[in-house]
Write a protein that binds this ligand. Structure first.
Ligand code: ZN
Length: 346
């Protein structure tokens, strides 16, 4: 059974004028109802994480600040990241269901799971909110597994932005492999190929900063030639995914060129790896994705279709293939990224 972590509480954070708006989850849920996939998943109960659980990643002072600012009706953390009255409850609940989904998949109560949560998490830092993110849902879920006794967790982050918060938290640690594919240049500006981890985490951060207009074919090559072999060599006991759908070609904040099929095939690849490495243990949590008409709902639907092991369907095709020179540049850049990492890793 595939679990889905969703609750209307996630709609209470934020405002509709912001790109990271409640409507994002409404269009996803409508699509999953329309396609019938929602009926095939087990809806997980959603409960707020405690400050103690959130404290596995974040500072107590910062956690108290989010609570106080929400209670006071809201306020800005940075230009893009505003807490509203509902933020505290929504953010705690997003963390709570991610922890519970990770544990349920670990215990094989679920085959796999996807948490359709807001606010997202991968930019959130130990001390502060950043880039629409408040609490780092996936990092806290990983900490839950590790505190329970797991020894190695892999986090794959295919959001179009680099997950700087997740990388920073685990950068020096040997118990988490962090892999990110993202557009460069783009916010937050981190995630270069030479950021590879330090101390016992040396070699356990893997960044693939890709040029604009990279397509499905480039992502799948990166998975086949680099990411899946690196994950296999690490022998994780569970795979967590920061599932951001802003690499879709219709997205308004990112200039990558994936289609829903790309997300489907990436998820199939991750499921196959999980089956070979860790009895299929895979849990995904929503990060970004801002095209409400096609990019976000279709890509989530395709991803869920893969989790349910259903065959491909027809998805909206790429309507703007890159200029030949741009295509050549993407190929060359990807070649160089793969070669650099392969030489470093031996
Ligand atoms: Zn993003």
């Amino acid at each position: 059974m595939t679990g889905v972590g969703y609750d209307d509480i996630f709609l209470t954070h934020g405002i509709e004028e912001h790109p990271e708006r409640p409507e994002r989850l409404r269009v996803i849920m409508q699509q999953l109802e329309r396609s019938g996939l929602l009926d095939e998943m087990l809806r997980m109960p959603v409960r707020p994480a405690s400050p103690e659980e959130i404290g596995w990643v974040h500072d107590d002072d910062y956690i108290a600040e989010v609570r106080a600012i929400s209670a006071a009706g809201g306020g800005d953390f940075d230009l893009d990241t505003r807490a509203t009255e509902g933020t505290w409850e929504a953010a705690c609940s997003a963390v709570g269901v991610c922890i519970d989904a990770a544990r349920a998949v670990r215990d094989r109560d679920l085959d796999n799971a996807i948490c359709l949560v807001r606010p997202p998490g991968h930019h959130a830092l130990v001390h502060t909110a950043m880039g629409f993110c408040f609490f780092n849902n996936i990092a806290i879920a990983a900490e839950a597994l590790l505190l329970d006794g797991m020894e190695r967790v892999a986090i794959i982050d295919f959001d179009g932005h680099h997950g700087n918060g997740t990388q920073e938290h685990f950068y020096h640690r040997g118990d988490v492999l962090y892999v990110s594919l993202h557009q460069t240049p783009l916010f937050p500006g981190t995630g270069t190929v030479d950021e590879v981890g330090v101390d016992t985490g040396a070699g356990l951060t893997l960044n693939l900063p890709l040029p604009r207009y990279a397509q499905d074919i480039h992502y799948l090559r990166a998975f086949d030639e680099l990411i899946l072999p690196v994950v296999a060599a690490y022998e994780p006991q569970m795979i967590l995914v920061s599932a951001g759908f802003d690499p879709h070609f219709r997205d308004t904040l990112v200039q990558l060129s994936l289609t829903a099929r790309g997300f489907f095939l990436m998820t199939v690849g991750l499921l196959t790896a999980a089956r070979e490495l860790c009895d299929g243990r895979l849990m995904m949590a929503l990060e970004g994705g801002y095209d409400l008409q096609v990019g976000l709902p279709e890509s989530v639907d395709a991803t869920v279709r893969a989790l349910l092991r259903k065959p491909e369907v027809e998805w909206t095709p790429l309507d703007r293939p890159p200029h030949p020179e741009q295509a050549a540049l993407i190929d060359e850049t990807l070649d160089a990224i793969i070669r650099t990492h392969q030489e470093r890793l031996g």
